[in-house]
Design a protein around this ligand. Structure first.
Ligand code: FAD
Length: 454
């Protein structure tokens, strides 16, 4: 395979670039009528469209994507299909209580299985591997906290696939003296995100859904009988709409409530060039499971099918710009590279082949939501943090049930139509985000102050 990596200034994700040539669908250039119009062609939008169309073969379903399929978080993420929910289990428990924490675990467990089944049953070529994930600690303080998390999950009875791994075990598996213990979670996979979202496009179109790319929705007009969604080239008059724009939702026009619902938080990633077999031998990692740490500003690591390592996280930044604009962050990229080489001095000469970033959707109460906006004809989904891969796949099923007016186990999940805390002003959410980042970074510094410098 040729190395398709490009200059770091290329504004697409590695996955999008690695995908090679992609022909987007034509934009909308006429006025249409539809039963359901979906704004945003990421995992949420496409899963919803496909599920709804499968249940209602005669329905007219239209997806409008502002850029191309794979432009948003769905084409840029690290590809972990995990049961992680909200920020941290301790925070969810504190804010929402025991039962909601358990319910969230079960929903996410279903989401991971649902995503895997979808891939297998429909023959998706998205490089899915169900290899598990290890949550690692580097310092004694982090390890103490990780042990408490493990105990908490055991007490709640949601530790079915978890196994404690001591220092000897993690060092044997990963050949890094930085690792001092961890939790192995077997029921987790990873995939190639851009291939996944474009496989979803294939599936959705084959079911009869119309997908228009480069068709940004510029106005939403509500009348008593319909909702008119306007793009520069044409309008869709629909009975119901789904706003599946996640971290871009502040910019969605004519939906005042969405402005205050969530804010975009940028997170960055790098990918190495393919490692040689000697380099792979030097770091162990035979099972090719993914790993992440239990810092507040966590790092995550995973291999690719062509032998690279993706590293992300370690920081997250709130900007005041439109999240559709790319915001390069050389400091975050440099941090990811330095962290890889801190964990693995064996890889000190490995080159970083590609750098990119993207916005995740964060809300004040730190858990996702699926809500009706103003009336039951408009459904919005957001606040998935950096844990939306599996979640948004199942959310598509849940939203399809809501569109059909069904009451199911999924629509009963407590994130559906919950009252989320809104952020009244842009300035407050910007300052609040920056302040929270400062606190979390200080926390990490405190827990890692005894470690050798990076
Ligand atoms: C860098 C990064 C790493 C991540 N890593 C992981 C991970 O490893 N595991 C995990 O579980 N989650 C991860 N996430 C989160 C996950 O990717 C998202 O939660 C998920 O992809 C959200 O899917 P979505 O369809 O809701 O949103 P998106 O994929 O963002 O799709 C929204 C779409 O709406 C379109 N849009 C916006 N405005 C308009 C408009 N006006 N008109 C029409 N279309 C519009 C956008 O162009 C975009 O394509 C990560 C996210 C990022 C950014």
């Amino acid at each position: 395979m040729t190395d398709k990596t490009a200059s770091p200034s290329d504004d697409k994700s590695f996955w999008q670039h690695d995908y090679g040539h992609y022909s987007p669908n034509a934009p909308l250039t006429e006025n249409l009528k539809a039963d359901v119009a979906i704004i945003g062609g990421g995992y949420t939008g496409l899963n919803t469209a496909w599920q709804f169309k499968k249940d209602n073969p005669n329905a007219r379903v239209v997806v409008l994507e502002a850029a191309v399929i794979g432009f948003g978080a769905s084409g840029r993420n690290a590809g972990f299909s995990t049961k992680l929910f909200g920020l941290e289990p301790e925070m969810v428990l504190l804010r929402w209580g025991k039962q909601k924490m358990i319910d969230a675990h079960h929903y996410l467990k279903m989401a991971v299985a649902h995503t895997r089944n979808l891939i297998e049953e429909n023959g998706f070529q998205s490089d899915y591997r169900h290899t598990g994930l290890v949550r690692i600690s580097y310092s004694e303080m982090q390890l103490g906290r990780l042990k408490k998390t493990h105990q908490l999950l055991q007490d709640l009875g949601i530790d079915g696939d978890l196994k404690w791994q001591d220092k000897t075990q993690v060092q044997q598996d990963f050949h890094s003296e930085r690792f001092i213990g961890g939790i192995y979670e077997s029921d987790t996979g990873y995939l190639n995100p851009c291939k996944q979202v474009r496989e979803l496009k294939r599936l959705t179109e084959s079911a009869g859904v119309s997908i228009y790319e480069t068709s940004p929705v510029t106005h939403i007009e509500r009348t008593a009988s319909a909702i008119i969604v306007k793009t520069p080239g044409g309008n869709v008059t629909a009975d119901k709409i789904v706003v599946a724009t996640n971290a871009y939702s502040r910019q969605v026009p004519d939906t005042r409530k969405l402005k205050t619902r969530q804010f975009p938080l940028w997170t960055y990633q790098v990918v190495t060039e393919p490692l040689s077999s000697d380099q792979w031998k030097s770091i162990g990692w035979k099972e090719r499971q993914s790993f992440g740490d239990n810092r507040q500003m966590l790092h995550y690591y995973r291999p690719t099918v062509d032998g690279r390592i993706v590293i992300g996280g370690g920081d997250a930044v709130v900007y005041r710009t439109d999240p559709m604009d790319e915001v390069p962050s050389p400091m975050s990229w440099q941090h990811c590279e330095a962290h890889l080489k801190w964990i693995y001095p064996q890889l000190r000469d490995v080159r970083i082949a590609y750098r990119w970033g993207g916005p995740v959707s964060v809300n004040t109460d730190m858990v996702p939501e699926i809500s009706f906006i103003d009336d039951e004809r408009i459904i919005y989904s957001g606040g998935c943090f950096g844990h939306g891969v599996a979640l948004t796949h199942l959310n598509g099923r849940t939203i399809a049930d809501l569109l059909e007016g069904k009451k199911t186990e999924l629509t009963d999940f407590w994130i559906v139509n919950r009252k989320s805390i809104s952020m009244s002003s842009d300035t407050l959410s910007f300052l609040g985000g920056r302040a929270a980042r400062g606190v979390l970074k200080a926390w990490d510094w405190w827990e890692e102050r005894s470690l050798k410098s990076r």
